[in-house]
Design a binder for this molecule. Structure first.
Ligand code: GDP
Ligand code: MG
Length: 164
């Protein structure tokens, strides 16, 4: 059985874009409308000769009463339970939100290793100042990534492999 790496975070941060980039296929639907990925989607991924299953999730909105959003949340919780490592995806453009804080707390309680991905860092070069506020999530070093361009995914996956 392959180890499982779950991609979680609130809607619209770019989880499905990252998932597709990492598995090298367009399996997951990318949408500007939050909440398109409702079910868990699995894809095989390989980095430096190590294979694992990557799981895309719908996104977590902790305070929602909406049925679809709460089902997405449930799917994310199931993915977290079955995962060996979790990639928490956040978004440099929106900064750290209260939802990111809540999801980070929930992940810490799960006791699973978490790798913090700060997505949408599209410009190569020096990491932007905005990256530093992500240390406030309490999950250690934030890894800047551009899922659209593929920048930064290697360093992030190196970190994931440490826990596999
Ligand atoms: P999800 O809801 O977390 O799965 O987010 P999606 O993957 O569906 O992406 C939401 C939006 O963010 C889409 O418009 C994507 O094109 C955009 N997006 C995703 N990754 C990046 C990125 O690295 N840079 C930029 N600029 N936009 C991105
Ligand atoms: Mg998605």
């Amino acid at each position: 059985v392959l180890p499982v790496v779950a991609v979680v975070g609130r809607p619209n941060v770019g989880k499905s874009t990252l998932f597709n980039k990492l598995i090298g296929q367009r399996l997951s639907i990318v949408e500007d409308t939050p909440g398109v990925t409702r079910d868990r989607i699995y894809g095989k991924c390989e980095w430096l000769g190590r294979e694992f299953m990557l799981v895309d999730t719908g996104g977590i909105e902790p305070e929602s009463d909406d049925i679809i959003l709460s089902q997405m949340r449930r799917q994310s919780e199931l993915a977290i339970t079955s995962a060996n490592v979790i990639i928490l995806v956040t978004d440099i453009k929106s900064g750290v939100t209260s939802t990111d804080m809540e999801v980070a707390q929930m992940l810490m309680k799960s006791g699973k290793p978490v790798v913090l991905c700060v997505n949408k860092v599209d410009n190569v070069g020096e990491p932007p100042m905005e990256l530093y506020e992500f240390y406030n999530l309490g999950l250690g070093e934030p890894f800047p990534v551009s899922s659209v361009h593929g920048h930064g995914t290697g360093d992030m996956l190196d970190e994931v492999l440490k826990y596999l």
